[in-house]
Design a protein around this ligand. Structure first.
Ligand SMILES: [Fe+2]
Length: 224
């Protein structure tokens, strides 16, 4: 069952990330995990709407869960050594997170398609993204899916500097920036938004506690 599979993936990956950084799940780390789970759920649904195979849908869900893993690495590094400099040049550092995440996952022998999706999840369809300024179909398909789901998840989430947008407003804002997205992916995403399943993707999420992350995981998200 889809719900159970995604829940299992989130718990396993969450547990593994917690161990990698040895952090309590009560802070920025928990917010990052919740954001990852939301992107994961939406990416799974959008991939299914695009008639991708179950294996590809699961790769999209995995990529969604770990897409910002480089940010966690970055914040740990910054907290220790670069706090002051980070304030001065935050954007430049922030833009390294796809590359950091890619390197971390490649090191752990994650599927190459998942790694590529992480590396290119901030590329825009019109070539204005980073790190490679890739254009259109040069951007890996999974990365194009993540781009749409990531922007949506960010818009409907609260940020320190603003309230969360409601879904309708989020969609309007995305339409204003639609040149950033693969239109086929964006249309599939809109069909998902109109379905009841999105309620599952959004509403089910709550902050996990440490106890819920019980498992070791390997590259396929299964128990070691
Ligand atoms: Fe990101």
């Amino acid at each position: 069952m889809v719900t159970g599979w995604l829940d299992g993936l989130h718990r396993k990956v969450g547990g593994a990330l917690e161990r990698i950084w040895n952090q309590d799940v009560d802070s920025e780390f928990a917010k990052a995990l919740t954001h990852g789970m939301l992107v994961s759920n939406v990416a799974y649904l959008v991939s299914r709407e695009l008639n991708m195979t179950e294996e590809e849908c699961q790769q999209a869900a995995m990529a969604g869960m770990v897409h910002d893993i480089g940010k966690l690495q970055l914040s740990a590094y910054v907290d220790e050594e670069l706090k002051n400099y980070m304030r001065i040049d935050q954007m430049r550092y922030d833009r390294t997170h796809p590359t950091l995440g890619y390197a971390l996952l490649m090191e752990r022998q994650f599927d190459e398609r998942v790694c590529d999706a992480i590396l290119y999840h901030h590329e825009n369809y019109d070539g204005t993204g980073y790190p490679g300024n890739l254009v259109g179909e040069d951007i890996p398909y999974l990365a194009r899916i993540l781009r749409v789901c990531d922007v949506f998840a960010a818009l409907i989430s609260e940020r320190p500097y603003r309230e969360a947008f409601d879904i309708d407003t989020a969609i309007e804002l995305m339409i204003d920036e639609v040149r950033h997205f693969d239109m086929r992916v964006f249309l599939a995403f809109q069909r998902v938004v109109q379905s009841n399943e999105l309620i599952f993707a959004i509403g089910k999420l709550s902050m996990f506690t440490s106890d819920e992350f019980d498992y070791e995981f390997n590259k396929s998200g299964t128990e070691d």
